[in-house]
Write a protein of this length. Structure first.
Length: 317
């Protein structure tokens, strides 16, 4: 396997905003080729999205980044050609139904089909198989995965692998394409302290060979270039206004003219409106008394308000 010159990773005011607000923002980094970069932060703080954005898999909405002089977001396809993903849940999960040998052969086939030059497909089948086998062996050696130590050797099912063994397998598959940038997510998830130490030692050895490594973790080692993400905070400037609701008390105050306004014909309602207009400024007071007293009390109290008021009261009854 070739040992490519690693990709420099630079970013300035790098950010991504989605429908629910900022996923990450104000990210800045200047890492040399062959660096070990750790994206540190709590779960849900945008770590995976930042990893995908820096590898050309997710389009940022603010600022810019440069991966081996390929500027993002304009050159996302160019970045994808030089950056490989190892383990990223939900993006390139290992197939639990395959054996380790089948998973490796599938990775080699895809790499040759999409990443190798066209002339490589014209070589004799025996030569292609020999080259693929040599590439797989070297990738496994770099990832530190010895198939002979597995319960059933290369016929071991992927679902039966320990967590660290699965990480090594995903790293080996990613290395088949000789990437300049290797990225993996949730490195220290479900690993013991000893296994975590071994995992970081693996990534250091890959970085020492010249490949830039980008790893998401909850706690970064002291010798890594650290990118820290913080928990999401509500963006008050972009938050929508609170919906206006009508409380029961407000609904009770919105009273028209009793049951007649709901059940009377349209003609009678118009006549009622005309009578209300003739009643003068005391009509509002009459309406307020109607909501607090019985109909009989309203009729007795309104005897002194004139003939027009009596007509209006009769129609309301």
């Amino acid at each position: 396997m070739d040992s490519p010159h690693g990709a420099a990773v630079k970013a300035e005011d790098f950010g991504l905003k989605g429908p629910r607000g900022w996923v990450f923002r104000e990210i800045g980094i200047d890492a040399a080729p062959g660096s070990l970069i750790a994206v540190e932060g709590p779960s849900g703080s945008g770590r995976t999205c930042l990893l995908l954005a820096l590898t050309g898999r997710m389009k940022p909405t603010r600022g810019h980044a440069e991966i081996d002089q390929h500027r993002l977001p304009k050159k996302m396809a160019a970045v994808r050609r030089i950056a490989a993903l190892a383990h990223v849940p939900g993006v390139n999960d290992l197939d639990q139904a395959l054996t380790v040998a089948e998973q490796l052969r599938e990775g080699a086939l895809l790499q040759r089909r999409y990443d190798a030059p066209v002339r490589a497909l014209l070589r004799p089948r025996a030569e292609r198989r020999a080259r693929a086998a040599a590439r797989i062996d070297e990738a496994l050696a770099t990832a530190g995965l010895d198939l002979a130590t597995l319960p059933k050797g290369e016929r071991t099912s992927v679902r039966d692998l320990e967590r660290l063994e699965a990480v090594r397998l995903s790293v080996a598959i990613a290395l088949l394409g000789s990437p300049r940038l290797l990225a993996l997510d949730d490195l220290d998830l479900k690993l013991s302290d000893t296994e975590r130490t071994e995992a970081w030692a693996l990534l250091r050895s890959i970085a020492a060979r010249g490949t830039t490594v980008l790893a998401v973790c909850s706690e970064a080692p002291a010798d890594a270039v650290v990118l820290r993400t913080s928990p999401k905070e509500p963006d008050t400037a972009d938050a929508p206004e609170a919906p206006v609701t009508v409380t029961p008390a407000a609904a009770d105050r919105k009273i028209t003219w009793g049951s007649a306004a709901k059940s009377a014909p349209k003609v009678e309602a118009e006549a009622q409106a005309e009578a209300d207009a003739d009643a003068g400024p005391d009509t509002a007071a009459i309406a307020e008394n109607d909501t607090e007293n019985d109909t009989e009390n309203d009729t007795q109290n309104d005897d002194t308000k004139g003939a027009d008021d009596e007509v209006a009261e009769a129609r309301r009854a």
